[in-house]
Each structure stands twice: as C-alpha cells, then as structure tokens.
Ligand binder design. Structure first.
Ligand SMILES: C[S@@+](CC[C@H](N)C(=O)[O-])C[C@H]1O[C@@H](n2cnc3c(N)ncnc32)[C@H](O)[C@@H]1O
Length: 253
C-alpha cells in the first residue's frame, strides 16, 4: 500500500504588524515586512574571543543571555534597550531557532543568537571584562542525581562570569528551584555584591522568560537576584575563595 505523506501542522506565518503571543502573553516587538528583517544568527562560533564591536558593527554595552531557551528575555530586552548589544546562546539548536526567527522578524540589529555551550561561550568566546550584563533565567536544574554534574553554575563558572564582566557589571539570575537558589546565593555572594530581589523584576513583566511563565502557572516560587562585580579582589584571594566553594551536587525533590 502506498504510504501517505503527513505534514505536521504549523502555525500560519505572522503578518507584518501582528502581535505574537506565547501562553497568551505578548512577545514584545513589531513584526516587520520581510525586506526589513535582520540577520541575527551567528552560524559558527570560533575558538577565540569575539570582538563584540565588530560583531555588531558598532560599540555598545553587551548583555549575554546564557541558556536563552526561545529567547523571550533577549527579544524583550533588545526591543526595550536599542542602545545595548545582545547575545543569546543555548546549546539546543531547536530553541535557538525560535529566538533567531523572532529577532530576524523584528529587525533587531542589536541582537545575535548562537548555538553554543555556556561554558565554551565564557571560556573561549568572551574575553575578560568584555560583558556588561550576564542573564541566566532558570538554569537547567538536572534533578536526576545522575545528571547533577551537568549543572552549569559551578564555582569555576561563577569565577569566569566575574572575569568576563566589566567593572560593576551585573549578573541577573532567576530560578524556581529552591535548592539551586540556596546554592547560587551562597556561591555568588562569596565574590560578588549579591542582592536578592523579593519582587518581580523592576523592569516589567515583559522581561519574563518562557520558563517563568510556566513555573508561575504551576504555582512555583520564583527566586531572583542581581550580582554586581566587586573590583577590590586580588587574584589569589579570588582563587582561594573559589577553591573552597562546594560543587553544585545538592539534591532536588
Ligand atoms: C529551563 S530552560 C530555561 C530557558 C530560558 N532561559 C527560560 O527561562 O525560559 C534551561 C535552558 O538552558 C539550556 N542549557 C542547559 N545547559 C546549558 C549549557 N551548558 N549551555 C547552554 N545552554 C544550556 C537548555 O537547553 C535550556 O534551553
């Protein structure tokens, strides 16, 4: 019998001027006619630190979103802060495709998406003191104890964030896992000025990520904090503090 080809139904393409929604919440930015679309994909990340001024063809403070998922935060931030240059990365190509398409359709020339591991991004592609902000929304919790070694926020990763930030640069972190939050708070405050945020982000609901929307729907608590780079460390002090921090081997229910 001849096999029939089934095509998975897809959403109709968005029309210029149309508002895009996810879970009933608008994704900021205006869909432009195709001739005004941007090219936001970085197809290949090299093995050397990137020159962000060259990538964006202009100078500007750089905000890096690590584990960006479908890019909701970066899209909202790039729309709200046109003077900032935004890089969003995730190691899953499928989710990066969403962000790239959204950035392209909105003509966001201040925005780039790339498929790359967060560790490689910081250690290979970012030079010291080259980032003004790092954003990490809902880092993968890896609740399965056999996978807990894959958690991204280790002491070394936290040290590398410190090194990559400019003076007084900031890390914005959010999670819905209390055990991860406890670990992050202890580790971050050992070398950063650490400020837990008890309310929603002051810059508005449009800065929510997809995972935050889902977590809120499930009634999970959201933990948020801002870490500001302290500049008064000697190199040896930093290394000593980091060497004494525990690895993120905590259990998650
Ligand atoms: C729970 S999702 C959160 C996504 C998005 N930030 C949000 O809040 O909706 C975690 C994301 O981190 C990505 N991720 C996990 N480990 C990573 C790593 N080492 N490097 C880059 N991305 C990673 C996953 O692919 C996933 O998209």
């Amino acid at each position: 019998m001849k096999r029939r080809n089934f095509r998975r139904p897809t959403a109709p393409p968005l029309k210029p001027g149309q508002t895009e929604y996810e879970f009933g919440i608008p994704i900021p930015g205006t869909i432009l006619p195709p001739e005004q679309w941007a090219k936001t994909a970085i197809k290949r990340m090299g093995d050397e630190p990137m020159d962000w001024n060259e990538v964006f063809s202009r100078p500007g403070p750089v905000a890096l979103d690590i584990g960006c998922g479908n890019g909701r935060f970066t899209i909202a931030s790039a729309v709200a802060r046109p003077e900032w240059n935004h890089i969003a990365i995730d190691f899953l190509p499928a989710v990066v495709r969403y962000g790239t398409r959204r950035g392209n359709q909105r003509g966001l020339a201040n925005c780039r998406f790339a498929v790359i591991d967060g560790w490689r991004m910081l250690h290979t592609c970012c030079s010291d003191q080259s980032l003004s902000e790092i954003h990490i929304y809902h880092p993968q919790p890896y609740s399965d104890p056999n996978k807990s070694h894959m958690r991204m926020l280790t002491p070394e990763f936290i040290l590398r964030m410190h090194e990559c930030l400019v003076n007084s640069g900031r890390v914005f972190i959010q999670t819905d896992r209390e055990a991860y939050w406890d670990y992050i708070s202890t580790a971050m405050k050992s070398i950063f000025d650490w400020q837990p945020i008890e309310t929603d982000w002051p810059d508005g609901p449009e800065f929510r990520s997809r995972r935050e929307i889902l977590a809120r729907k499930q009634g999970l608590p959201i933990f948020r904090g801002i870490a500001t780079r302290k500049n008064d460390w000697q190199r040896e002090q930093l290394d000593e503090i980091i060497s004494k921090l525990a690895m993120p081997g905590f259990a998650i229910d």
